[in-house]
Every structure is written in C-alpha cells, then in structure tokens.
Design a protein around this ligand. Structure first.
Ligand code: AOS
Ligand code: ZN
Ligand code: ZN
Length: 427
C-alpha cells in the first residue's frame, strides 16, 4: 500500500490551526533569541535517517516472538514499508539492507521501486554471525578471527559479495558487525584473534571501490559472554586506523556497558575524524533495542551536542556520519516504533542545534559549570516539537505521523494485503 499526498493533506487539515499557533509562538521566541528559524528547519529537513531492513518485522528474544501480522514478505515489501514511513515523515529516505536476508532478484526493478518511494540504499550489512544453509564452513567459533584459514576466507568472500550487491544498488558503504568472541576464559588467544581480524578486514577493505567507506561496529558482549574481538571503540578505532582513510568506527548506542560516557566517545572519534556512522536505539541493560529516546532522552541530547559541535566545526575532518536506527520491536508495531524513533532523533538534533555555543564555550573557558548546565538545559527544555512538525509540513509529510498512520489503519490494511501470519526475515 501507499499513502497518497491528498490523504496527508486532509489529515493535516484537522490540526493545522493548532500547529500554526504553537509554531508561531515558538518561532517568535527563537527569532527574539536570534535563531534563523528557516535555516534551522532546512537543517532538520535535510537530516535523513536510514531504516534497516531487519527492523520492519516483529523482533523477539530467545524466549519467544509474538508477531503482529502484515509483516513484509519480500524485499519489495520492505521497501514499501520504509516508503510508508517516508511518506509520513519525509525523514526516512534511505534503507539499509542486510545480506543474505535481502539479496535482490532483480536489481534494476528494486532500484526503480525504491526510487518511486523517494528512497536510496544506504550502507549494506554483512552477516557472518549465522550459518547459512549452503555454507561450507561454520561460524560457530568465529568468522574473520577464526583459527582456520578456510573459514576466514569464506567470511572475507561473503563481505566482498555484499560489497558487489551494494555497488549494484548504489550503496556507498559496508558495515561490519562481528559476533566473533569467546564464552570461556582461555578459549581464545586474544592477540592472535585480533591480528587475524585485522588481516581479514584488510582484504575486505582492499576489495572496496575507491568511493566506499568501511564502518567497523563494536560491542562489548553478546552473543559470546566472556570476550568479544571488537569489544569497544578503542579496538574499532585501532582497526579503522590501521585499515586506512576510508575506514571508520560505527557507534551503536546499545553497545556500551551501563554508564559509559557515549558522548565523550563521540567527541573523541570526531576529533580524530573517525566517526563513520551511528546506530540509534535506547536501552536500560544492554543491546535492548528500545525506541530511541524512550529512556534516556537527555543522554541522546548530550550525544547530539557533540555531534553538532563536530559537524558544524569548519576545521573538522570528520565526514558526515551515516545515521541509522538499529532496533527490533518486541511489543509495539514496528512502523509506529520507527516513527517514534525518527522523531526522537530529530528532537535531540534540533535541541542540540539550539545550544548557544559561543556562550557555552565562554562558560567552559571561565570554569563555570553552573552556567554551562543552564545553557545546555535551556536548549534541552525547549519544546521543539512544532519545529519538527513544521519541517514535516513543508516537506509534504504529516504533522502528526502516528495519528495519520492510525487514522489510515495502515496495519489493518497491511494484514489484509499480506496476511496475519506473514513473517519478515530479520532478528
Ligand atoms: C548487532 O548487535 C548490531 O547492532 C548490528 O548492527 C545489527 O543489529 C546486525 O548487524 C543486524 O544484522
Ligand atoms: Zn548496530
Ligand atoms: Zn546491536
């Protein structure tokens, strides 16, 4: 199904006068503070967040899965789902594919299909954390780090194949997340495992087209419980530095131990020009995959404070990072969850753009922590929702995406189209 512009317009009509009133109030306030409101809205509109193809179905845990129905049954339907999101918010204009779950049977057709929704293909993701039916060697004891040359070669070849699929689709980057690690002390020689991983990554890096980037994701635990080869940003940064200028660290918010100062990691990587991409989610314990901003919106804002500082610094050598949501959804409708996540990211970004940076720097230079906090919290406590809604309105999207999604009974219609038992490939 597709959402037509007319429906969005008529749905917007219901809340337009309310919205106009709140927007006028906020833009008046911001004007008086010297904020260029139109420029601000343009920045928000430009900020596009990729949707991973594996986030469109109901996720589960090892204890169970409770699918909600109407899940996409093919790559084409996954593209349709991202198209629905993009029609509602005009902020989800890219899809990130996972190989082998999403190998296109007809590349030209899927490209045309995506383009008809206004979508492009973002980073492609490899998978050496599961064995595939036709595979010669098992990844039970690792992939790029494996003790056996044959297993490593199989994993390298898989990544090279993912790059070829990505090239055909117009992607420009490969994200490598490795499950590789060990569950028992003594099981793995850490030094050899890291060296082998680096050597394998070098072969993948060498197989990338000149205009591609390689993103190395890190994670402290899971699926192994004692050690992970690429456990933290330092290890990822080490690998990316050894690999070369087109290799970067990718930060996934759920991949940190409790209380890690993620915003400081962001600042450090940006200082080094090595922050390549971001996977957004929220979590209480670990890689919980909760809706972005559901638990720690202030932390998200502090992270965006560093991102904006890095992005707006004219001397920064950091390329514009690739933004993606990385979450699976156990309880909510995946599409509603994704709409909420995109909005939470936009809100944090907008609030970070509002920070009075010259005054913040002044407070820092004069060692005035109370003033610094006032300035940060002033931005964070500003209700910027009318700005985001205005950006959507100007782009032809819905003032209230979830309300529109429900008014149109999107899920019900998807269930009618695809069935109550359709299952999407993914986590
Ligand atoms: C796994 O925990 C990582 O977050 C990956 O980025 C991702 O979820 C996985 O590669 C999905 O295929
Ligand atoms: Zn991730
Ligand atoms: Zn993860």
């Amino acid at each position: 199904m597709r959402i037509d512009a007319e429906f969005i317009q008529s749905h917007n009509g219901k809340t337009l006068s309310d919205h106009r009133e709140s927007f006028a109030y906020l833009s008046g306030k911001l004007d008086r503070k010297g904020v260029d409101v139109s420029g601000f809205i343009q920045k928000i509109s430009k900020f596009q967040i990729a949707i991973p193809s594996w986030a469109l179905g109901t996720g589960g845990t090892r204890f169970g899965r409770f699918p909600g129905g109407g899940e996409p049954r093919s790559l084409e339907e996954k593209v349709d789902d991202v198209g629905l999101l993009h029609a509602l918010n005009r902020a989800s204009g890219a899809i990130s594919l996972h190989i082998p779950w999403d190998i296109p049977s007809d590349v030209d057709a899927i490209k045309a299909h995506a383009a008809s929704h206004g979508l492009v293909f973002d980073a492609v993701n490899s998978n050496t954390f599961q064995d595939q039916p036709a595979q010669a060697h098992s990844y039970k004891f690792g992939s790029l780090c494996h003790t056996s040359h044959a297993v490593r070669q199989q994993a390298i070849d898989h990544n090279l194949e993912v790059i070829r699929h990505g090239e055909a689709l117009g992607s420009k980057s490969l994200t490598v997340w490795l499950a590789d690690g060990s569950s028992f002390p003594g099981q793995m020689n850490f030094r050899k495992a890291l060296q082998r991983t680096l050597d394998s990554l070098k072969e993948i890096y060498a197989g990338m087209p000149e205009d591609w980037k390689l993103f190395v994701e890190y994670k402290p635990y899971e699926p192994y419980f004692y050690s992970t080869v690429i456990q933290d940003w330092g290890t990822s940064h080490l690998l990316a530095s050894e690999l070369g200028d087109r290799a970067f660290t990718l930060v996934d918010l759920g991949h940190h131990l409790p209380n890690t100062n993620i915003e400081q990691i962001v600042a450090t990587l940006m200082m080094r020009g090595k922050l390549g991409g971001f996977h957004f989610n929220d979590s209480k314990f670990g890689d919980d995959d909760l809706t972005v901003g559901a638990l720690k919106p202030y932390q998200l804002f502090l992270i965006f404070n560093e991102l904006v500082e890095g992005m707006e610094d004219p001397r920064s050598t950091n390329p514009s990072p690739a933004w993606m949501i990385d979450a699976s959804h156990n309880l909510k409708d995946p599409l509603e969850d994704l709409l909420q996540s995109v909005e939470a990211i936009q809100l944090a970004y907008a609030q970070a753009l509002l920070i009075d940076r010259p005054r913040l720097e002044e407070a820092r230079e004069s060692n005035d922590p109370a003033k610094a906090q006032e300035l940060l919290q002033d931005a964070h406590r500003t209700d910027v929702r009318p700005l985001i809604a205005e950006a959507r309105l100007r782009a032809g999207a819905a003032i209230q995406p979830i309300e529109a999604f429900r008014a149109l009974e999107v899920r019900k219609r998807l269930i009618e189209e695809r069935g109550a038992k359709s299952i999407s490939t993914g986590l």
